[in-house]
Ligand binder design. Structure first.
Ligand SMILES: Cc1ncc(COP(=O)(O)O)c(C=O)c1O
Length: 964
């Protein structure tokens, strides 16, 4: 037992371990409210384990909480709680703190008898609007960080607080956690031994450090149930000071974080943002960091035994029974990773880990090994479809005697392509691949403690090693340094792991999240091979460097983005060993790193790359091939480098051909970043000031958004009528348009089809006024729509000028403008047209290869087939989750529009961002689009298969069900 338990002036759990909640009816509570506070509000009972709480409604809205404390607590204890609440409220004015409201004065005559021992036990607290975090499903890293930050602030505010009412012993005080578990374990019907063993193991880590743990006043119950979030998703309010005690300061954090583990989607490492935030606010001492995880395990055990006891005492207390599942989940999480690993992880992540002693050897594992003949593979960077065997065999062919992998690095080749969980890919030892059969010898004196046919462990005084995949007949017993241990075969992997003697045996691979914990308990085995440790040059954080060298206006995806250095088909791979399903890269139509594109580019770069004023075949062939995909009259091709250039040139062609200068564009659209394309772009998501800053030659018509625009559903035909009138008025004013520019399928609005007949009517009006029709096919063209290669046939029109890019080069810069011979010839009036790299042999060869692969791999058909399947599945989510307003689009250009209200269509903008962040954690890359940033732009590479589509929809379904 820790500390002294006698002589405590307040409540002492150890003397009085059974504490049923006071029995007060709603009727009695209403009478108390009226007599003591003069309030006529109605009351509704709220759950509590040991107190009795009522929500008070005034005018139908929650206004206050009437709290009747358990009579076992003294008046002094309650006054300490009120004082602490007031202290925090003063110290942290931005926090909302429930401090007691004043009574209305003396008891009115004839007041009903008080149903509780002392009126001092009755308090009225303001109701903090919002909800507690218990009502949330998944708690995001940002929320967990805010919880840690809040606990840190409370801890700081209470650090100097002293009061006689703090002298009490509650069952929640973790100094007595092990005693509480022992006392109450008999109430747990099943798995009692498991709980007791976990509590005991935790206590064995805590007790030796107990004297080093600072003590102070602690709220002791800052859990999800007592943290309130108002306007923001982040908590900003604190309630319930009933457990306030003087105890170990670090208990505050342990208790806060334990509640995170009860939430769906959490795992032990989910608490790290909370620890870091607390540490930033109120630095943890090394001893506190070491006991944090054991305290958390102990807390989970205490909650289970206490809940079980309370359920027996108070079988009708719904609060107790409802929380039992969360508590078991918390316990399962808390015991799912060895305690020492979590502690090592926390200590390492906080930078509090002491330097690890170096591995000392008395002889080498492989005698006579020349370090020059050892090749180290870093499999985080060298993922190939052939895998690591092929890479190792290639290194041997090039002369390596031994190929080894890198300690602590992810092996990307082992990462599953579709996985919601972070896969176990980080090596806790190294792999050995030998060019010939090789004997391995003991690097130190020790005991062979474990041996099977292919595994041997040699335990020395300070370090032990395990070889797996080794042939060994060495009997258990003492072995001297230099003696034979076994033989490693030729051309296959043997695993070698080294750790301090007695450290837990690490799995061969662990997750990127747990890796710092496991690696702190392992050692780089290079030392036993006589090789120097590989140390990477310390690198500044890549994002910091990016921010320093890259303009801020060049935004990036995600708050905390993974470092993506490789791609494959519809997957992207991070340096941490995760593979993501890529639902957003419409540029790479064929998929990432397509070998045919890579081979074609490489061959052409070795042959010729010059400009299109030279006469070479690729520019002709590509121009012929792209023109052949279009109606016959669109036969003349200009080659440029991007979509902005293409649409810019389209505008210039139109002004040259018509002699007019005015251009009409639809609102909410994006056409590029050049001067002219920016001028016709009015998407407020891209430029919030877009509508106010148009040059006078740009005229915009209403955004033809049939879902949330001015005219919806059956009324959507009015957009065309209105646009036609505007065009006619413009001509009548003496400014007939040179062009009307529009995406033929409304990409920026999530791939929404334009209203039927829209382009037919508007093109006719523009042409009648002497202008030209430009179709910006940069996003929607090139097979993505499935049924159509280009977007304009969907509207049954033929434009005068088509601009295209993105897909044309599968990510290589290549754009094109295709028009009629007459329009192209009219451009002569502006001199000549030349782009140094537009239409280069390299870009044309890539362009030809993209067209070949689209055809050979049937990708347009795939877009149709997988796209229809995907849309059907996404639409089914609409019936299940009210936030899904609709699904726009066709083929593999889809948009899932998220709303807060089916009637007002209020866009769910913040939710969409949070959903994208959570989808990333679960292995899917998806981003918002649209002026309200509330549409999931669903436009993956066209090679995506049904499994990929299912993974996307299942993950979205999970996120919408579980919370984000
Ligand atoms: C419809 C449309 N047009 C033009 C562009 C500009 O293309 P780029 O980024 O290749 O310059 C974009 C880019 O997103 C686009 O979506």
């Amino acid at each position: 037992m820790a500390g002294h338990t006698s002589g405590c002036s307040g409540f002492n759990f150890l003397d009085q371990p059974a504490l049923p909640a006071p029995q007060v009816s709603e009727q009695q509570a209403a009478e108390l409210l009226a007599s003591r506070y003069g309030s006529r509000g109605t009351v509704k009972s709220l759950g509590s384990q040991q107190d009795c709480n009522f929500l008070v409604f005034e005018d139908g809205a929650p206004a206050a909480v009437l709290k009747i404390a358990n009579p076992a607590f003294t008046d002094t204890e309650l006054s300490a709680q009120d004082a602490a609440a007031e202290l925090i409220a003063r110290a942290e004015p931005e926090l909302r703190v429930a401090t007691p409201l004043p009574t209305s004065g003396g008891e009115p005559p004839g007041a009903p008898a008080c149903p509780v021992a002392s009126l001092a036990h009755v308090r009225l607290l303001p109701y903090l609007a919002g909800g507690t975090l218990t009502e949330r499903g998944y708690l995001s890293p940002a929320v967990v960080a805010a919880m840690g930050d809040l606990a840190g602030r409370v801890s700081l505010a209470l650090s100097g607080f002293s009061h006689p009412g703090l002298d009490r012993i509650l069952q929640w005080d973790l100094r007595y956690g092990n005693d509480v578990v022992t006392e109450l374990i008999s109430h747990v019907p099943r798995r009692g031994e498991e709980i007791q063993a976990a509590a005991l193991q935790a206590w064995s880590r805590i007790a030796p450090l107990a004297d080093e743990l600072p003590r102070q006043a602690v709220h002791l119950d800052l859990t999800d149930a007592n943290l309130v979030a108002g306007a923001s998703v982040l908590p900003d309010g604190i309630i319930d000071f009933g457990d306030l005690s003087d105890t170990w300061a670090v208990s505050e954090l342990a208790i806060t974080l334990s509640s995170v583990l009860g939430h769906p989607g959490s795992d032990p490492t989910s608490i790290l943002p909370g620890i870091k935030a607390f540490h930033a606010m109120r630095p943890l001492h090394p001893a506190e960091a070491k006991v944090l995880w054991p305290l958390l395990v102990l807390r989970a055990a205490v909650l289970i035994v206490s809940g079980a006891q309370q359920a027996e005492l108070d079988p009708d207390n719904a609060y107790v029974t409802e929380h039992s599942d969360d508590e078991w989940r918390m316990f399962a999480q808390a015991t799912s990773v060895p305690m020492d690993v979590m502690t090592a992880l926390i200590v390492t992540e906080l930078g509090l880990a002491p330097a690890a002693p170096e591995v000392q050897i008395e002889g080498r594992l492989i005698s006579g090994l020349d370090p020059e003949t050892v090749v180290t593979l870093d499999l985080s960077d060298t993922f190939t479809l052939d895998g690591e065997d092929a890479l190792a065999a290639a290194a041997v062919r090039d002369g390596a005697a031994l190929v080894i992998t890198r300690f602590g690095r992810p092996r990307l080749s082992l990462a599953p392509l579709l996985s919601a969980n972070s896969p176990a890919v980080v090596e806790t030892g190294i792999g050995l691949w030998s060019a010939s059969t090789t004997r391995v010898l003991a690097p130190w004196d020790g005991e062979v403690v474990q041996r099977s046919d292919d595994r041997i462990t040699l335990r020395g005084l300070d370090f032990e090693l395990t070889l797996t995949g080794v042939e060994s007949s060495t009997a258990p017993g003492h072995v001297q340094a230099g003696e034979h241990l076994g033989v490693i075969g030729q051309g296959r992997w043997t695993q070698l792991a080294v750790r301090p003697t007695g450290a837990p045996v690490a799995p061969q691979f662990t997750t990127a999240e747990l890796a710092p914990g496991w690696l702190a308990l392992c050692r780089d085995p290079r030392a036993v091979l006589g090789l120097d440790e590989l140390t990477d040059e310390p690198q500044r954080d890549l994002l910091e460097r990016r921010d320093d060298s890259f303009a801020k206006v060049q935004e990036r995806y995600y708050r905390d983005p993974p470092q993506i250095e490789r791609g494959h088909r519809h997957y992207l791979m991070s340096t941490a060993g995760r593979v993501y399903l890529d639902m957003v890269n419409n540029v790479t139509v064929l998929g990432h790193a397509h070998p045919r594109v890579a081979d074609a580019a490489s061959a052409q770069l070795r042959r010729l790359n010059t400009n299109s004023r030279f006469n070479y075949s690729a520019v002709v062939e590509f121009s012929e091939r792209i023109a052949a995909t279009l109606p016959a009259e669109l036969d003349t091709v200009f080659l440029v480098n991007s979509g902005s250039e293409a649409s810019d040139l389209a505008i210039r062609l139109a002004t040259a051909a018509t002699g007019c200068r005015d251009v009409i564009a639809v609102r909410e659209a994006y056409h590029g970043w050049t001067y002219a394309t920016d001028a016709v772009s009015t998407s407020t998501a891209d430029n919030p000031n877009a509508l106010a800053t148009r040059p006078d030659w740009v005229h915009t018509v209403e955004s033809p958004n049939s879902f949330r625009g001015k005219y919806r559903g059956a009324e959507a035909h009015r957009y065309a009528t209105e646009a036609v009138t505007q065009i006619e008025e413009l001509s009548a004013k003496g400014c007939p348009p040179a062009a009307f520019i529009c995406e033929p399928v409304y990409g920026n609005a999530g791939g929404m089809a334009l209203p039927d007949g829209y382009l037919q009517q508007v093109y006719a009006a523009v042409r009648a006024a002497g202008g030209l029709a430009i179709a910006d096919e940069v996003q929607v063209g090139y097979g993505r729509l499935g049924q159509w290669f280009w977007g304009f046939p969907q509207q049954q029109v033929v434009p005068d000028i088509v601009s295209v890019a993105k897909a044309t080069g599968n990510g290589y810069p290549l754009g094109a403008v295709i028009t009629t011979r007459a329009i192209a010839d009219a451009f002569r009036s502006q001199g000549y047209f030349f782009s140094s790299t537009g239409g280069s042999p390299l870009s044309c060869v890539i362009g030809l290869t993209v067209l070949d692969v689209l055809r050979d791999e049937g990708l347009q058909d795939n877009a149709l087939r997988v796209g229809e399947y995907l849309k059907t599945r996404l639409l089914a989510l609409r019936d299940k989750h009210p936030i899904v307003g609709t699904v726009h689009g066709m083929g593999l250009y889809l948009g899932v529009e998220l709303i807060r209200d089916a009637t007002t269509l209020e866009p769910a903008t913040e939710e969409t961002i949070a959903i994208c962040e959570r989808m990333l954690e679960l292995g899917v890359i998806i981003q918002p689009t649209g002026d309200h940033q509330n549409i999931l732009k669903t436009k993956p590479p066209l090679c995506i298969d049904i499994a990929g589509a299912d993974f996307y929809v299942d993950t979205l379904d999970r996120v919408l069900s579980e919370g984000f």
